[in-house]
Design a protein around this ligand. Structure first.
Ligand SMILES: Cc1cc2nc3c(=O)[nH]c(=O)nc-3n(C[C@H](O)[C@H](O)[C@H](O)COP(=O)(O)OP(=O)(O)OC[C@H]3O[C@@H](n4cnc5c(N)ncnc54)[C@H](O)[C@@H]3O)c2cc1C
Length: 410
């Protein structure tokens, strides 16, 4: 029988970790909560970083919590503290500052770190940037203010957001992707063209199907990049969006099941008693598609944080949400709902491209497994998105004609 108040340790103070801490405290005034992060800040809004990059909002608007908020709730926030190991037998977390923090329940909410550019010349050149943290954003802004040309590299959301930031700050911007079009796992050539047209309207030079072979630095900064197809692209800075590697390394030497992320069931519990995972790093069981997957979205991480807090305190609440990613890009909105995977052979899809507002086009693609809607991708008008989310959530059975009608649902 436990003779002490319950002890919770949370690795990662992003939206998943901080939401979990907040809810643990709401449900139990006596427990101890340690919330650990290697970053120097309390929770800030990563979703706002692109607008901070563009100069549309100031840094204070990016912050969500301050240190006082944690003190008022008796949440021990340990910033600039890197967790170096976890011992699940002894139930203890070890940090780079020599702390040993015992836990009754542990939450791994470590998110992911950006993949670096690994080509000749890149290590010797300054001004090659990832775009994940507030500190990344501040350094990119500093460099943008003294640059004339910029290259955004990659086919991810992050690369498009970098491209958007460079172009809005009036840099001569090139956007280079290895694939045939942006977001190749969700889109198709038609949808890719819709996106390209939006970027081109903002003066971006778009190049697909090529990749950086080497970076040629001059005085330590990128002067130009050489591509595999022989292009030479002049640039003062390079923004990298080559995907994320989920932060599971801290769990090496534990019996936790790790695939792409930390594998958890619908209660966000791992295979080791007392250990949970939430947010980007969780490879969770999604009952709308009956399989495990990871999801890098703000809403998903926040919802995980709420549910996992209940379960860490002894509850049995399944995670049943439909993950949704919405983002403004240039002058349109993009939404990805559920499982929107063009490369998934088990899914069939229908798509519609039509004129939209501000000279842009609307593009909608719907993904079905058997006769149920499981994924939605929308570029442009968001009308009908909430209804489509409900249809995914309810796992409604649809006839072929009904599927086509969903393309025009408002
Ligand atoms: C630029 C950008 C724009 C985005 N835009 C959108 C958007 O428009 N819409 C949307 O839905 N989503 C967006 N996202 C994704 C969204 O922000 C993430 O899905 C969400 O923030 C993930 O939250 P999390 O709590 O799981 O992890 P994170 O926010 O990644 O937090 C994890 C924290 O754990 C820390 N950590 C990791 N390992 C350790 C360790 N060993 N010791 C100590 N600390 C550690 C990390 O440094 C980090 O601070 C965007 C992301 C970025 C980077």
């Amino acid at each position: 029988m436990t003779t002490h108040d319950r002890r919770y340790v949370i690795i990662g103070n992003g939206v998943a970790g901080t939401t979990a801490a907040e809810n643990l405290r709401k449900n139990d005034p006596n427990c101890s909560i340690h919330l650990l992060t290697n970053e120097p800040y309390p929770l800030y809004n990563r979703v706002s970083l692109p607008r901070f990059l563009q100069g549309v909002i100031v840094e204070q608007k990016v912050m969500i919590r301050d240190f006082a908020w944690h003190e008022q709730r008796n949440i021990q926030l340990l910033t600039e503290t890197f967790v170096t190991g976890v011992n699940t037998d002894e139930r203890v977390v070890v940090t780079d500052k020599g702390q040993y923090l015992p836990y009754d329940a542990l939450l791994v909410a470590t998110g992911g770190w950006a993949n670096p550019l690994l080509v000749p010349g890149a290590q010797d050149a300054k001004h090659i940037y990832n775009f994940v943290t507030l500190d990344d954003t501040k350094t990119i802004i500093e460099r943008m203010l003294e640059s004339r040309t910029a290259l955004a590299y990659g086919g991810s959301f992050i690369s498009y957001e970098l491209c958007d930031g460079f172009a809005v700050r009036k840099l001569d911007t090139t956007w280079l992707t290895r694939g045939p079009y942006w977001l190749r796992n969700c889109l198709d050539p038609n949808g890719g063209e819709v996106i390209d047209n939006i970027a081109k309207k903002f003066g971006v030079e778009v190049i697909h199907g090529d990749e950086i072979e080497s970076v040629i630095p001059k005085n330590g900064v990128p002067s130009y990049v050489k591509t595999k197809k022989g292009r030479e692209i002049q640039t003062d800075m390079i923004g990298i969006g080559l995907g994320i590697t989920l932060n599971t390394s801290v769990l090496a030497n534990t019996p936790l099941e790790i695939r792409q992320g930390v594998v958890v069931n619908e209660y966000l519990e791992t295979n080791v008693p007392g250990v949970y995972a939430a947010g980007d790093v969780a490879e969770f069981y999604d009952s709308t598609v009956n399989e495990h997957h990871t999801m890098g979205t703000w809403d998903n991480a926040m919802a995980h944080g709420r549910i996992v807090a209940l379960n860490m305190a002894g509850g049995q609440q399944p995670y049943l949400d439909v993950p949704t990613y919405t983002s403004p890009l240039f002058d349109v909105n993009i939404a990805v709902v559920g499982t929107a995977e063009s490369n998934n052979p088990e899914l069939v899809s229908v798509a519609l491209r039509e004129p939209g507002e501000k000279g842009n086009e609307n593009y909608r693609k719907l993904f079905f497994r058997e006769n149920k809607l499981v994924g939605v991708l929308m570029i442009g008008s968001p009308k009908g998105r909430k209804k489509l989310v409900e249809i995914v959530k309810n796992q409604q059975v649809l006839e072929t004609a009904e599927r086509e009608a969903l393309l025009r649902l408002k």
